[in-house]
Design a protein around this ligand. Structure first.
Ligand SMILES: Cc1cc2nc3c(=O)[nH]c(=O)nc-3n(C[C@H](O)[C@H](O)[C@H](O)COP(=O)(O)O)c2cc1C
Length: 175
């Protein structure tokens, strides 16, 4: 039995939902999983874990700075264990942008860090217009209009392919 850490950043909570799903899959393979929100636990000690997974969502084209801080601070520990990274964004709803090789945010992310994650995934996220501030709602509707996505102001849509999440969970369990 391995002790697995899934550390994540989120703004609206969907990345946490994905982490919880991964936790269920990995625990079903008889491993122990801790899920840690980097906002609450930026200094979590990696030495006690056998495998580490980092997950982060995109907002206005960027992964949160706390993810970069965490990776920089823990690069040696990350490199010393089986590890993985996943990104959550709505561009990944498009079939031509939904793999680690074709998702522009994941590619940009890899260029910005020295860590080379051994396993990668990208998941399409969720939109919940009614819960956003007026400014955020207008901005994301504009982005959706430009990229041919849903623009109705009452849109709540989950693009996430949960089978793909489950498959990544099995990869984590086996890595
Ligand atoms: C204000 C705002 C800006 C966003 N900007 C982008 C973006 O630039 N590119 C993208 O692919 N997704 C963008 N998204 C979509 C988020 O990545 C998606 O909603 C994701 O599920 C959020 O994950 P979280 O709930 O863990 O923060 C944006 C969402 C919001 C609300």
């Amino acid at each position: 039995m391995a002790k697995v850490l899934i550390a994540y950043s989120t703004t609206d909570g969907h990345t946490r939902t994905i982490c919880d799903r991964l936790k269920g899959i990995v625990e079903a393979q008889d491993h122990a999983v801790d899920v840690a929100w980097l906002t609450e636990q930026p200094d979590i000690d990696l030495t006690v874990f056998d495998k580490v997974v980092v997950g982060a969502s995109i907002r206005y084209g960027k992964h949160q700075p706390q993810v970069f801080d965490f990776i920089r601070k823990n690069q040696t520990q990350l490199d010393s264990k089986p590890n993985a990274f996943f990104s959550v964004n709505v561009v990944a709803r498009k079939p031509e942008k939904n793999t680690p090789d074709t998702n522009p945010y994941l590619q940009k992310f890899l260029q910005k860090i020295d860590w080379q994650p051994q396993n990668l995934a990208v998941f399409a996220g969720r939109l919940d217009y009614p819960t956003y501030s007026y400014f955020d709602r207008q901005m994301i509707r504009l982005i959706m209009w430009m990229t041919k996505g849903p623009t109705a102001p009452d849109t709540v849509v989950e693009f996430t392919d949960w089978n793909k999440v489950d498959e990544f969970g099995r990869t984590i369990a086996a890595m």
